[in-house]
Design a protein around this ligand. Structure first.
Ligand code: ZN
Length: 166
């Protein structure tokens, strides 16, 4: 599950050749959705031959250098977050619903999305009605009613999962 992975630590190895990737080394990362749930795989440049089967999305990055105290905060890419928002739509496990909500909050803060309305469905589900500023693409995002603490926790995990290294 996504949060477990993200908390698992900094060591990364190539999913194909198993070689440990060194801090600062360029690599390719992808999010894969399979029967194990949403998870991330990293590949060294030698082994990367395009996005693996079942990949949600992929991106270029570098292995972070965890020991460097002045390391800038991880950044997340606009297109990547929008992609996640689209892909995580629909009937998904509760942790993915939390994740999707936090992705939407980040995109709102980045001013990629604009808030339009809230809607309450029969059964009590609360939905945010959002639209992307650039494309005018509408999004309905369920508000799972997370605590501030939980939001921080999910956001940190998400940033570690999709960080776009320097
Ligand atoms: Zn490799």
């Amino acid at each position: 599950m996504i949060l477990d992975w993200a908390i698992a630590g900094h060591a990364r190895s190539c999913a194909a050749c198993q070689r440990e990737l060194h801090p600062g080394e360029p690599c390719r990362s992808a999010l894969i959705d399979d029967r194990l749930g949403l998870r991330r795989v990293d590949h060294c440049l030698v082994c990367w031959s395009g996005a693996p089967e079942g990949a949600f999305c992929w991106w270029r990055t570098r292995v972070p250098e965890p020991s460097r105290p002045s390391r800038p905060r991880p950044r997340a890419d606009r297109g990547l977050l929008l992609d996640l928002l689209r892909r995580l739509e629909g009937d998904r496990p509760p942790q993915d619903r939390d994740l999707r909500y936090v992705v939407a909050l980040m995109l709102l803060r980045m001013k990629v999305l604009e808030f339009q309305d809230t809607r309450r469905e029969q059964g009590g589900r609360s939905l945010l009605v959002l639209v992307s500023r650039r494309e005018g693409e509408p999004f309905l995002v369920e508000d799972p009613g997370l605590s501030g603490e939980r939001i921080d926790q999910v956001r940190e995990a998400l940033l570690r999962l999709v960080d776009v290294g320097g």
